[in-house]
Design a protein around this ligand. Structure first.
Ligand code: CP
Ligand code: NVA
Length: 308
């Protein structure tokens, strides 16, 4: 039987994502040290790019569940010396129970999945960051309830996070307002797929109007460091600051996947202010991914243990 992968948020239905979020909230509040559904299981984690949250949350989640996580870097494995990704997938997936990859090319993850005997999780590619959306959506549900019918404003780069927000709007049924400078719009194919849920605006202020949630991300993602100065110029009107937040609903939340650059994409007063939930978001990476690991690796019987 083919394993179930999590490459994109579109791999989950709305019902599955809502169930996963509720499960994550349960796991967050009921920490049962005897509940070890992944005892003896191993998660391989392949990181082509840096990470704090993704690495710590997956490694900790596996430890909580009685399993183990392996950190694998291309710098000191054969992955960095040209071994074909299809061969690596065949080899690694004969030894471990699940693989998480953070890569530049999205196709590296899809190709790994095609050749893997075990579930594969996308821990960020240049195209998507679905694990972050699990945590963001959990955070919204915790603070405000279901996000269906709400308005979310994405201000800034049409990047991997923006793409996963378009997917979240499709799966959970909210409207995504996007304000991005010309030349930095999200992928046209993804926009077309999510067309019923996406609206574009000419300024951060207009996009934020009436929003229940305002979200941004770095102006230069990992791998784009050489474009930093160019991007600072292109994005200078796209900072989420107090004026932008004032255009949103009075009870709007602010999110950022982190790491953040205060004074660039977000002002310090917003990210450190009362509407910001960025550290709940970061913590929820742990709980949401534990729920994801359960979904991909555990039978219903094991999961029901904690629900009883
Ligand atoms: N938000 C996020 O994915 O953080 P890391 O790059 O630290 O994993
Ligand atoms: N867009 C950012 C997200 C980091 C978690 C990047 O890809 O670097």
């Amino acid at each position: 039987m083919k394993p179930r992968h999590f490459i994109s948020l579109l791999d989950l239905t709305g019902d599955e994502l809502r169930q996963l979020i509720h499960r994550a909230i349960t796991l967050k509040h009921v920490r049962d040290h005897h509940y070890q559904p992944l005892k003896g299981q191993v998660l391989g984690m392949i990181f082509e790019k840096s990470s704090t949250r993704t690495r710590v949350s997956f490694e900790t989640g596996m430890a909580h569940f009685g399993g183990h996580a392996l950190f694998l870097s291309p710098r000191d494995t054969q992955l960095g010396r040209g071994e074909p990704i299809s061969d690596s997938a065949k080899v690694i997936s004969r030894m471990v129970d699940c693989v998480m990859l953070r890569t530049h090319e999205h196709e590296t993850v899809t190709k790994f999945a095609e050749n893997s005997r075990v579930p594969v999780i996308n821990g960020l590619t240049d195209r998507e960051h679905p694990c972050q959306l699990l945590a963001d959506m959990q955070t919204y549900f915790e603070h405000r309830g279901d996000i269906a019918g709400k308005t979310v404003a994405w201000i800034g780069d049409g990047n991997n996070m923006c793409h996963s927000y378009i997917h979240a709007a499709m799966v959970l049924g909210f409207t995504l307002h996007i304000a991005a400078p010309a030349g930095y719009l999200p992928d046209a194919g993804i926009v077309e797929q999510g067309a019923d849920h996406v609206r574009f605006f000419d300024s951060a202020h207009l996009a934020a109007q009436g929003a229940d949630l305002v979200v941004t991300d770095v102006w230069a993602s990992m791998g784009q460091e050489a474009e930093q100065a160019l991007r600072e110029e292109a994005f200078k009107e796209y900072q989420v600051n107090a004026q932008v937040m004032a255009a949103a609903k009075p009870d709007a939340l602010f999110m950022h996947c982190l790491p953040a650059h205060r004074g660039e994409e977000v002002s310090a007063e917003v990210i450190d202010g009362g509407q910001s939930v960025v550290f709940d978001e970061a913590e929820n990476r742990l709980h949401a991914q534990k729920a994801l690991l359960e979904l991909l690796l555990c039978g219903d019987a094991k999961i029901s243990l904690l629900n009883d």
